[in-house]
Design a protein around this ligand. Sequence first.
Ligand SMILES: NC(=O)c1ccc[n+]([C@@H]2O[C@H](COP(=O)([O-])OP(=O)(O)OC[C@H]3O[C@@H](n4cnc5c(N)ncnc54)[C@H](OP(=O)(O)O)[C@@H]3O)[C@@H](O)[C@H]2O)c1
Length: 267
Amino acid sequence: MSDDLFRGRWVLITGASSGFGEDFARQLAARGAHLILSARSEAKLRALGEELSSKHRVEHRVVTKDLAVAGGADSLADDVLALGVEVDHVINNAGFGIGGPFSELGAKRAAEMLRLNCEALTVLTAKLLPPMVARGRGGFLQVASVAGFQPTPYMSVYGASKAYVVNFTVGLAEELRGTGVRMSALCPGPVATGFQAAAGIEIAPQQRASVLSSEETVRRGIEAYVANNTVFVPGAVNKLGGIAAKFLPRALVARAAGQMMKNRGRA
Ligand SMILES: NC(=O)c1ccc[n+]([C@@H]2O[C@H](COP(=O)([O-])OP(=O)(O)OC[C@H]3O[C@@H](n4cnc5c(N)ncnc54)[C@H](OP(=O)(O)O)[C@@H]3O)[C@@H](O)[C@H]2O)c1
């Protein structure tokens, strides 16, 4: 049943060269989807595309792009539209965070993070959504984070960028009601991927027992997308964290989150 959503359909995956993006490519190819793989690491994308095409008899295209530079997402959307295929699903997954005091982050990195995590995702949605609405099918799986539910001291830009993704997605899901186009935010907790090295953080020891694998996170994320869940948090501990962030005073949540980052040596 769920394979009907993907079999023979084209899916654009950003950040497909590692972590969740690579797992999305592997799992969606296994469900019969044709892949448009994007990231900056061309060799990795080509190797992955060739492996999955020959294993699952699906087609693939590679569009290498830096989405943290001005105009990057516009250019990716134009290149994708020029491929001449109907893109039915977009996994807006590329993103990064950086741990440490905001006063040491620097304006350039902050702007790049917002451009990738928020602007690129928005531009791709703006350019690739209208044909889906016209066809009355398709959708976007926007990769947010549990960090989007709360203030995240010492990763404040990252958490705020993911709060944008959550609210943008929920707003659009309401606008799209009845159109046949779905809009889902996947909000994982910490998962071991390339994210930690890029962010300069490690998964806290007290979090390790509840950490899901990237493969499992993506598997559950795809099922939630198929079920048309607007916001999905994989894992019971992560779900509880999201609920606590909703009901506890914001300042208290910020204090606890800041303390955790201090304990991890990132403050
Ligand atoms: N892992 C976690 O704990 C966790 C938890 C919650 C949410 N997330 C979110 O999950 C998403 C995927 O992250 P991940 O955990 O899979 O990390 P990852 O392994 O570091 O993957 C990040 C992907 O984004 C791409 N990327 C980074 N900078 C880019 C740029 N400037 N332009 C285009 N592509 C770029 C990378 O490819 P190239 O380097 O080849 O460009 C890579 O494919 C992110 O949005 C992240 O915020 C992660």
